[in-house]
Design a protein around this ligand. Structure first.
Ligand SMILES: Cc1ncc(COP(=O)(O)O)c(C=O)c1O
Length: 953
């Protein structure tokens, strides 16, 4: 490589951990002569790509940013008055810098290990409290993917509640008011059909309902901006024993009577306008709140209050968090990754502004809206809505002219039809903006603009008294304390410091690929030309995005070996649903509507069966053999038995057991020969890129977790992106094609974070991505080689190697020493590490996935920690340590426990807190002792404690 080539590929060595010396040492430990030999031994020759991916060579970080700036500038940032669920907003700089752009927050994993996640758990609890307070419904979850899917989740929850037996639907109708957002209607349509829900569209004022109806949805304020009084409608719905979902707007609820007080059963919406940029559609956190009676049925993750081993308050994710893993095909929802980072941003926005601050923002907006409404009426435009918050709709007969002039003045409005224009104001709107809007509307009618006066004291008569909010909200101290920047900065830092993220140490989570999220990949996400673009902005303003999206679709198609790609699904599970719907629609197009069986191996991730059921399929589970491979005989048997109804197979590759199964091509053939299609779960794509590909192997469709393989950070439980790639056969059935199959509110899902994956591909190029895959496999095999002397490694391939992850069996220690996998996971915290994936896919094990981004030194530290834990277990086994009072059972050890005046344990404090020398250099203290899950589930509390509890304290 000459100096210039070296410069272009500089990012490759920044991304990949081990250098050449380390690589040689690691290969020697594994016992292979070269990386090539390791890969040849690991990946079956029959599925190895025979030629390089047709992807350009890498470019440097500097080159990339320079190029991207030019592309960004092709996007045009017009003033957006489009609304419809997306509003311009001001991200407080203190939140932008200390949270959104801070790896201490964005590289965290989902808070399954509660003791080292108290910071984000607290912030998510604030989010739930905020949603619960503003909607006046007692229980809220910690975010969903977007407003449209949240509405669909609400519909599904109410449907399941009413129709316990899906084979006998007693009430299958769901009423949809015609004035809810169009994108929500589309998602409801996709989700309703496969499970047998009948959508009834109409006007809530005139519709007739009967006992066949299980629920209804209305928008508050509605898509035209009207604030409607739904009290009578809600009573009507309740009178037929059905329930009401209200899609709503958190900012509006600071002024309006909240859904809970109107009698609604569920409230959903987006918290985007609480400081989260529009980003051409996302990511943003949707919210979901409901009545107590549904607390065991809420989709998504819920943070709850519990206690730790010292009886101190401690937070953790409540039981139903792992719904799909526990209940699989019986799960009520497939939600796994959600939008934690964005929920944290929205919560912090509320913490920063407080109840008064939020109300002031809302009042300012509504005052400007009223002023605008009055002036446009004076100019002769007919206002459609009598009561409104921030959105007004006018009848127009000059759409073309209005569009022409508004575009010239760099403003966007929303036309719901040729003669209806909707204008939504937001937090960024100034008096001057209002003047400019008036002037555009006047010019469109060829009249001179009269002076616009702003009366700061004007009576707000746009909201009727009967719908004015009278109840308090956000009275908890957390929403009152941090209003200065100093306080806010410190609060953010305090929470960040309680959480272990990639800034601290490796997070070796099998199946989750916690790799480097490079700064250069992330920086452009905050650029105005990407962040302030409305998802419904005219295409003439989104050339930059369009270029990247088109290129990324092509690149991902090449990488997966497929013909087409949809970037719409905004999580892996959403991708599964979209891919299965493509399979379903394909069979329907062949009149094979009877094909309704999906085979799923027992080792599959819980979202697989949950998604299959959502897509209307019947799940048939197939066996795995002793080596953890799919039992091909059983698969064949099931495929043949279900030959006439077989729709497809869902398979993860390399398997969730961390093995490149030799029989994968045969497996695909069996399914195809029996009339089915193959869905490949691409969660493990980090072991494939550049070496093999789902399309090449024989699959028909796969999803990719861009938040794993393609460097989007996990954000403490989201955002994510789950695009699907398909072959020619399925290309016509991608989401949104032929106006069907929409799965996300925005066309390109969480579009702004696509930039991260784009950067990853551009800066690694073909050779860098292939090398990344090889090193992911090298790192896993190196750790396996070191650990196998101490622990049983559960599954390996034919030549004894693993793929990019491997499973360590901890079950034997339960008998020998009474030590469980959880004890090992918690003890790792004392060594400064996050536990690997616990008890998936095999209970009582840990699954280690180091990724290519960690160097040998870090891998060694982790191995040393596990080996030291092994010695600790041995001490219990041979009686040197007490069976109950030992470092494992009492782990993790907090600073306050270790420094307490009293110490009654049979081992010294130093062993508890500093078990190896390296720990002293950079000790990470778990914030709480081991959390009591059972206590929390028995006493479910999912909001900040009421103010009274603080008074007593
Ligand atoms: C194998 C597998 N499939 C699917 C998923 C679901 O992806 P997501 O969490 O993005 O919905 C995961 C997530 O961890 C996974 O590991």
């Amino acid at each position: 490589m000459n100096l210039f080539e070296k410069q272009s590929s500089e990012f490759v060595s920044r991304h990949i951990g081990p250098d050449q010396t380390e690589t040689n040492e690691m290969l020697a430990t594994i016992g292979v002569a070269s990386l090539d030999e390791l890969i040849d031994k690991t990946i079956p020759s029959g599925i190895r790509l025979q030629k390089k991916l047709d992807i350009a060579e890498p470019i440097s970080e500097f080159e990339y940013l320079t190029e991207l700036k030019k592309i960004a500038n092709k996007n045009k940032v017009f003033k957006s008055y489009i609304g419809q669920g997306y509003y311009d907003t001001i991200t407080p700089s203190v939140i932008l810098r200390n949270l959104f752009e801070n790896p201490g927050w964005y590289t965290q994993y989902t808070p399954y290990q509660a003791e080292i996640a108290q910071g984000r758990l607290e912030s998510l609890l604030n989010f739930q409290t905020m949603v619960s307070d503003l909607t006046a419904l007692p229980i809220a979850n910690a975010s969903l993917l977007d407003e449209g899917t949240a509405a669909a989740e609400a519909m599904a929850m109410l449907f399941n509640h009413k129709n316990k037996d899906h084979d006998h639907i007693t009430a299958g109708k769901f009423f949809v008011d015609k004035k809810i957002f169009e994108q929500t209607k589309e998602i409801l349509a996709t989700r309703a059909k496969p499970v047998g829900i009948e959508l009834v569209f109409g006007d809530y004022k005139t519709t007739e309902l009967d006992e066949k109806c299980f629920g209804a949805i209305v928008q508050y304020p509605n898509s035209e901006g009207s604030v409607e009084d739904y009290r009578n409608f809600i009573e009507k719905v309740h009178s037929v024993n059905a329930q009401v979902v209200m899609a709503t707007d958190l900012l509006a609820l600071t002024l309006l009577t909240p859904p809970g007080e109107l009698g609604a059963d569920v409230a959903v919406g987006s918290s985007q306008r609480f400081g989260v940029p529009m980003g051409f559609g996302g990511p943003h956190a949707a919210f979901f709140s409901t009545k107590d009676e549904f607390k065991r049925n809420i989709p998504g993750r819920i943070i709850g209050v519990s206690i730790d081993a010292q009886n101190n308050r401690a937070l953790r994710m409540a039981l139903q968090t792992r719904e799909q893993h526990i209940r699989r095909e019986k799960a009520t929802s497939n939600i796994c990754t959600a939008q934690a980072l964005l929920a944290n941003m929205a919560a912090m926005y509320a913490v920063y502004h407080g109840p008064e601050g939020l109300k002031e923002i809302a009042e300012r907006i509504t005052l400007l809206t009223q002023t605008l409404a009055e002036h446009l009426q004076e100019s002769g435009y007919e206002l459609v809505n009598k009561n409104y918050f921030d959105t007004i709709t006018f009848k127009v007969n000059n759409r073309e002219k209005l569009t022409e002039i508004s575009q010239a003045h760099e403003m966007n409005f929303h036309f719901s039809s040729d003669n209806l224009v909707t204008i939504s104001l937001d937090e960024t709107t100034t008096k001057n903006d209002v003047l400019n809007i008036v002037s555009v509307f006047d010019s469109a009618r060829d009249i001179d603009t009269s002076a616009v006066t702003f009366d700061n004291e004007a009576d707000l008569n746009n909201i009727p008294d009967t719908l004015l909010r009278t109840s308090d909200f956000l009275q908890n101290p957390v929403f009152k304390k941090y209003h200065s920047e100093t306080e806010m900065m410190r609060y953010l830092k305090t929470l960040e410091n309680k959480d272990l993220s990639l800034t601290q140490s490796m997070i070796a989570l099998g199946s989750c690929t916690m790799k480097l999220n490079a700064a250069t990949e992330l920086i452009p996400v905050s650029w105005t030309h990407f962040s302030r673009i409305h998802p419904f902005a005219p295409s003439t303003q989104t050339e930059g995005y369009d270029f990247i999206i088109e290129d990324l679709e092509k690149l991902l198609s090449i990488i997966t070996g497929f013909a087409a790609c949809s970037l719409q699904p905004n999580s892996g599970a959403q991708g599964e649903f979209a891919g299965l719907m493509a399979i379903r629609r394909y069979h329907e197009s062949k009149n094979d509507t009877h094909r309704n069986v999906i085979l799923i191996p027992i080792s599959a991730h819980g979202t697989n069966p949950a998604s299959a059921v959502m897509a209307g399929f019947k799940v048939v589970v197939t066996k795995c053999d002793e080596q953890g491979n799919i039992d091909i005989e059983d698969l064949k048997l099931q495929a043949e038995k279900n030959k006439d109804s077989l729709a497809g197979l869902m398979v993860t590759y390399p398997s969730t057991h961390g093995v490149f199964e030799e029989g994968i091509k045969e497996i695909c053939d069996i399914v195809h020969n029996n009339g089915g299609l193959v869905y490949m779960d691409g969660a493990n794509m980090n072991a494939q890129v550049g070496l093999t590909a789902p399309g090449f192997i024989g699959a028909d469709v796969c999803h990719l977790n861009l938040h794993k393989t393609f460097a989007i950070p996990h954000g403490g439980g989201g955002p994510g992106m789950g695009p699907i790639c398909v072959n020619e056969k399925l290309a016509p059935f991608l989401p949104g094609k032929n106006n069907e199959g929409t799965v996300s509110a925005a066309q390109y899902g969480s579009a702004s974070i696509l930039l991260i994956s784009y950067a990853y591909i551009k800066m690694l190029g073909e050779s860098g991505m292939k090398k990344a895959t090889e090193y992911a496999i090298l790192n896993a095999n190196y750790m396996k080689a070191r650990l196998k002397k101490y622990f049983k490694i559960l599954f390996t391939g034919k030549a004894g190697t693993c793929a990019h992850e491997f499973i360590v069996d901890l079950r034997p220690f339960k008998n020998s020493a009474g030590i469980e996998a959880e004890d090992v996971a918690k003890r790792l915290m004392d060594y400064g590490f996050h536990a690997p994936t616990l008890s998936f896919p095999v209970a009582g094990t840990i699954m280690i996935e180091p990724t290519e981004s960690e160097n040998k030194q870090e891998l060694d530290k982790f191995c040393d920690a596990l080996i030291s834990i092994y010695e600790e277990i041995k001490s219990v086994e041979n009686g040197e340590a007490d069976k109950k009072d030992n470092v494992l059972k009492n782990s993790p050890h907090t600073l306050s426990v270790v420094t307490a005046d009293e110490w009654n344990h049979a081992y010294p404090r130093s062993k508890a807190a500093f078990p190896l020398d390296y720990v002293r250099e950079n000790k990470f203290w778990p914030a709480v002792s081991r959390v009591n899950n059972t206590y929390g589930d028995r006493n479910l509390i999912c909001t900040c404690e009421p103010v009274e509890s603080y008074i007593e304290a």
